[in-house]
Design a protein around this ligand. Structure first.
Ligand SMILES: Cc1cc2nc3c(=O)[nH]c(=O)nc-3n(C[C@H](O)[C@H](O)[C@H](O)COP(=O)(O)OP(=O)(O)OC[C@H]3O[C@@H](n4cnc5c(N)ncnc54)[C@H](O)[C@@H]3O)c2cc1C
Length: 379
């Protein structure tokens, strides 16, 4: 059986970020590292957006940035200047090719194109079984996400951020590409939390993404009809769809860290690095992989990596409210955006806010549901 120092399962956002950070750090030069993925050439299978203050380390691969966002709802709408933050977009194809270039330059990395079937913690190491082989490692980083682990429990609510997006190209100059529509809740809510997300790339091209925070996925035609209706309502009739994307991202406070062991660390969405209350994962993964590199230099027990934080509890309360009163999401977000500075909201969602800033956010939402949920969880 072949033995490696580190095995990374999955060459998506988290697996590649971790591998790339290892490839950039001399500490890992004498380590044998293998990356296993069943599908290396995924093309442009997703677009990542995230907010970030000033310059960032992924800036060389950005497709577009915005310094203004629009929030819309029936009770409150506003265009908001977010500087010094910027809302940034990366096409996954650019990300994958840039990171692979760096990793392929290192002779201690191997890629295995295979489907992972199973992995098991042994006394001193971990065994990985794939369709065509078997491998041993002393440290396993797993980004292969198993939905059954949290879908079969009842303790924590599981919602999905689910969406279908159309990249639309028009004949005329129509879009104001200086403003990203962050959330437009003026779409019919139909008992859920539903919004349109619009990212104009230039005056003729924009991504329209119909998004829900809810537990049940819709039929494809329901998302697409909603995008069609929205375009009609905005008088955008002369267009072609140049690309489509769809996704479903878990929103849950399920304790992913309990799946970690001395030699196995779950990373990315599989490791609970998706922010439970928003579905955003990319920037958190960037931050966590950076911390992980330093951690690996001084610590060998991977159960010590994940730290408890107050934000886990905030997310849990928020998800309880959204799960039990899914139709109230629009009012809740509108109240938060109306009463709080967007920079404080970003800081809070980035889990970098102070207690005073947390309090500002907590006081900005209608209290009734949150108090109910808080006491339910407490007792
Ligand atoms: C369409 C879409 C858009 C998104 N947009 C955003 C966004 O704008 N901002 C944001 O912050 N987050 C976004 N996300 C959420 C999150 O950032 C991404 O899902 C991100 O790719 C998660 O990284 P990951 O490494 O956990 O998983 P992935 O990137 O999905 O990587 C997992 C890898 O495992 C491989 N794999 C799976 N099963 C096996 C197996 N059995 N054997 C071998 N290999 C296997 C897959 O091929 C894949 O390469 C989006 C998600 C989707 C789906």
């Amino acid at each position: 059986m072949v033995q490696y120092d580190y095995i990374i399962l999955g060459a998506g956002a988290s697996g590649l970020m971790l591998a790339c950070r290892m490839a950039s750090d001399v500490f890992f030069d004498d380590k044998s590292i293998v990356i296993i993925d069943k599908d290396r050439h995924k093309g442009n299978d997703r677009t990542w957006c995230f907010w970030e203050k000033d310059k960032g380390e992924w800036d060389n691969m950005l497709t577009k940035t915005w310094t203004k966002v629009f929030f819309g709802s029936n009770s409150y709408s506003e265009q908001i200047d977010i500087l010094p933050y910027q809302y940034k977009m990366i096409r996954s194809e650019d990300f994958y090719s840039s990171l692979w270039k760096k990793i392929e330059g290192k002779s201690n990395f191997t890629f295995i194109n295979d489907e992972v079937v199973n992995f098991t913690e042994l006394k001193q190491n971990v065994q990985v079984i794939t369709k065509n082989g078997s491998y041993i490692t002393s440290k396993l980083f797993n980004s292969i996400h198993n939905v059954n682990l949290y879908n079969t429990q009842k303790k924590y609510p599981v919602l999905q951020q689910h969406f279908v997006g159309w990249f639309v190209k028009t004949k005329e100059n129509i879009f104001d590409d200086s403003v990203a529509t962050f959330m437009d809740f003026t779409v019919p809510q139909n008992g859920n939390t539903r919004f349109m997300y619009v990212l104009p790339l230039d005056k003729k091209t924009a991504l329209f993404e119909y998004t829900l925070f809810s537990d049940e996925l819709l039929q494809l035609n329901e998302y697409e009809d909603a995008i069609s209706d929205y375009l009609k309502q905005k008088n955008i009739t002369n267009f072609e769809i140049i690309e489509k994307e769809k996704g479903s991202i878990p929103m849950t406070s399920f304790k992913f860290s309990q799946l970690n062991s001395k030699h196995i660390l779950n990373i990315g969405t599989a490791g609970g690095w998706t922010k439970a209350s928003t579905g955003y994962t990319f920037r958190n993964t960037s931050k966590k992989t950076k911390i992980l590199i330093d951690f690996l230099k001084s610590e060998s027990d991977l159960t010590k990596f994940q730290k408890k934080s107050k934000f886990w509890f905030y997310d849990l309360i928020f998800l309880d409210v959204l799960a039990n009163h899914n139709e109230e999401g629009a009012a809740l977000f509108a109240s938060m955006f109306r009463k709080t500075d967007v920079k404080t909201i970003f800081k809070f969602l980035d889990e970098e806010s102070t207690l005073l800033e947390d309090l500002k956010i907590i006081l900005s939402v209608p209290p009734k549901r949150f108090i109910q949920s808080f006491f339910k969880r407490l007792f």
